[in-house]
Write a protein that binds this ligand. Structure first.
Ligand code: NDP
Length: 396
């Protein structure tokens, strides 16, 4: 018997709830979020009374504990926002629940994300005999599991790691973000950062870029940005000499982003408007398209993977492992676009790995610390098939 509680009824939460509801290892499933009507809509679409729903403010440890004590989940899947990571981890510790998320903690008043806040829970989860699984979406998530798989099967030492994330989809809107606009804009407007020879190198936003070829898609301009899995991967694979993360952006997207920043709409500090305190980026989120609504007209594919150079049996080799996900196929299955799908499927599968005892341990873990084999064996059948290229030109 295993009870799963999902927190957050956005695009990602919709996919996670569908996948967890379809997995017989979970005897009881609940979806809770700030707005209960959104949970009810997801539960109604699944049908059969399989998914219970509840309202919760995940900023409040007391409210979370009340819900946890009533439902008694074995595992809590946090797909609300990164701001809620610590309160949900606190509530898990207080009520004896295991934990999984897809994005590392960010304070609301500082566009800065790193694992230190969550790694600081290591001793408490260990002492409680509970598992906390961090960053189990696609990136972070599958990208780190791909790296673990490469290290286990194809390399004695990984030297160069380039994670490449291409969204070649078209949603027909002038400007929209693929996941929560506030979190997305905070992420892509920050300074670039990559790891080289034991140090972090900081660049201006989008300073380093070049065209890269993506399988089945072709050439797309790709930009070095900071992404959180770099922090845990260089710690867990100390042979890495350089680790970078590349993301594709279209010119239209970058122009909109620049205007949004220049006119102050990306500000995260509160301002007074007509006597009311508002945060510009939160207001912007309210007027931008809901990422969940993009799916109906989204065409094209995402392509995310790891390009790796290193040593096997004394010889240098290259390796490219990736998944392509089609927006229309994702929409047909789940009613959401590929970015929600590629995040939600791994989160549900990670929870299933835990529930079946395949990923266990007391403490706080990044996903690359678990065995990648059982996870990757099921990722394809769950809708995210992956492919490998050996000793090809990986461009980076
Ligand atoms: P959405 O904004 O669509 O959904 C977030 C949900 O969380 C909403 O239903 C929202 O409620 C709810 N929520 C927000 N604050 C609270 C709160 N205080 N208490 C309870 N519920 C709350 O985001 P997405 O679904 O696009 O993204 C979800 C998460 O997935 C984010 O953390 C994002 O960073 C992460 N992500 C990870 C990726 C990866 O590959 N690792 C890729 C993409 C996303 P309401 O409906 O009332 O607003």
């Amino acid at each position: 018997m295993c009870k799963a509680l999902i927190i957050g009824a956005g695009g990602v939460g919709t996919v996670v709830t569908q996948k967890i509801a379809a997995d017989p290892v979970f005897t009881d499933v609940m979806l809770a979020s700030r707005t209960k009507s959104k949970c009810d809509a997801v539960a109604a679409a699944i049908g059969g009374g399989r998914v219970k729903t509840a309202q919760v403010d995940a900023d409040s440890v007391a409210e979370l504990c009340e819900l946890f004590r009533a439902f008694q989940p074995d595992i809590v899947v946090n797909v609300a926002l990164p701001y809620q990571d610590l309160t949900i981890m606190d509530a898990c510790l207080e009520c004896g629940c295991n934990y999984l998320d897809t994005a590392n903690y960010e304070p609301k008043d500082e566009a800065h994300f790193e694992y230190s806040w969550q790694w600081a829970y290591q001793d408490r989860f260990k002492a409680a005999g509970l598992t906390a699984i961090l960053g189990c979406g696609f990136d972070p998530g599958v990208t780190a599991i791909f790296t673990a798989y490469a290290a286990k099967h194809h390399f004695d030492e990984i030297h160069y790691l380039d994670i490449v994330d291409c969204n070649a989809g078209n949603h027909g809107m002038a400007f929209a973000t693929n996941f929560n606009p506030e979190i997305n804009i905070r992420e892509v407007t920050q300074k670039g950062r990559y790891f080289e020879n034991g140090k972090w190198v900081v660049t201006e936003p989008h300073q380093i870029h070049r065209p890269l070829n993506y399988p089945g898609i072709g050439e797309r301009e790709s930009y070095v940005i900071y992404h959180e899995e770099l922090e845990s991967l260089v710690k867990n694979y100390p042979t890495i000499k350089r680790a970078r993360f590349w993301m594709t952006f279209g010119q239209e997207y970058l122009t909109h982003l620049r205007v949004i920043q220049n006119i102050g709409m990306a500000r995260i500090d509160p301002i007074i408007y007509n006597g009311v305190e508002i945060v510009p980026i939160q207001f912007l989120k309210a007027v931008l398209p809901d990422p969940k609504s993009l799916g109906a007209n989204y065409h094209g594919q995402t392509s995310i993977g790891c390009r790796i150079r290193g040593i096997k049996d004394g010889k240098e080799r290259t390796y490219y492992i990736y998944n392509n996900c089609d927006h229309e196929t994702a929409f047909k299955e789940t009613g959401t676009q590929a970015v929600s799908f590629t995040t939600g499927v791994p989160a549900a599968l990670g929870a299933s790995m835990w529930a079946r005892g395949l990923w266990r341990g007391a403490g706080v873990f990044n996903v690359e610390e678990f065995d990648p084999d059982p996870f990757l064996a099921e990722l394809g059948p769950q809708g995210l098939p992956w492919h490998e290229l050996f000793d090809t030109d990986i461009e980076v």
